[in-house]
Write a protein that binds this ligand. Sequence first.
Ligand SMILES: C[S@@+](CC[C@H](N)C(=O)[O-])C[C@H]1O[C@@H](n2cnc3c(N)ncnc32)[C@H](O)[C@@H]1O
Length: 298
Amino acid sequence: LNKKDWTVLEMLNFTTDFFKNKNINEYRFDAEVLLAFVLKLKRLDLYLNFDRLLKEDEISFFKKLIQKRVKGIPVAYILGNKEFMGLKFDVNPNVLIPRPETEILVEEVLSLIEKNMLSMNDLTVVDVFSGSGNIPISIFKFVEKFKKNLKVYGIDISNEAIEVAKKNAIKHNVKDKIEFFLGDVLDPLKFLQVNGSIDIITANPPYIKTKDLESLDKEVRSEPLISLDGGNDGLFYYRKLILQSLDYLKKDGYIFMEISPELKEDLVKLLNENGFSDIKVKEDYQCLDRIMIARLGK
Ligand SMILES: C[S@@+](CC[C@H](N)C(=O)[O-])C[C@H]1O[C@@H](n2cnc3c(N)ncnc32)[C@H](O)[C@@H]1O
């Protein structure tokens, strides 16, 4: 990077090769996203600016970002945000970076609401393990135009995560619409007198088995452990969630959970034993079982 005159294209090609040599998976994409950020351009607009010369301060800022990236810091943490359901969410290392497969959970919720619940006057949704607030906020944004009495709650045990979720609620103009609570699984609902009145519970709990944490990608390990560690068998939080949900879900209410494919059989059993039926599983983009949906009642 000691050369003085760099065009956008030269810088992109240089960084792409550099990232590739450092075993960064999405080397070209990451180079583009970071350079676009520095130049305050949309990523694809880089292509219209290939011959533009970079200014000195742009080069030195970009250099800093490249250094962070090769240290294994994910792009979303470097930029401080991540897109989810077409909306931008602030993130920092205290929250999990929202994943594309979690969008499938939200799409399934929206499709159920569209099919079965649009005629209902009220709709109450609880998202537990909320992290950055990506699930409850995007559900609210997509459903608010159809529903007058839409109530959405978010819960997380991490104070820092709740802070990020609240900031995201402000950013998306839903600060007074979504209530976020600090607490363990569904415990905070105790104080709301909502027994038997929740239509939909959504959850993306920590689900990696403790012994598998070590073998995760270095980058995933830069995300908070508290958002990943699902206990010895990966089921720790699901057990508590499913049991507690019996108190709060309406009869015929639905639970939507992101899962690890290897937990599928155990979870089907657990749901059946606890009075759920119509259990459905949706695959993610890699054709792995990822989203589980069930209705309370036989
Ligand atoms: C896998 S992340 C999900 C984040 C976000 N919902 C998403 O889908 O991107 C799990 C979240 O659960 C939270 N968490 C861990 N243990 C919890 C508990 N006992 N009760 C509530 N939340 C918990 C973590 O702080 C983390 O934010």
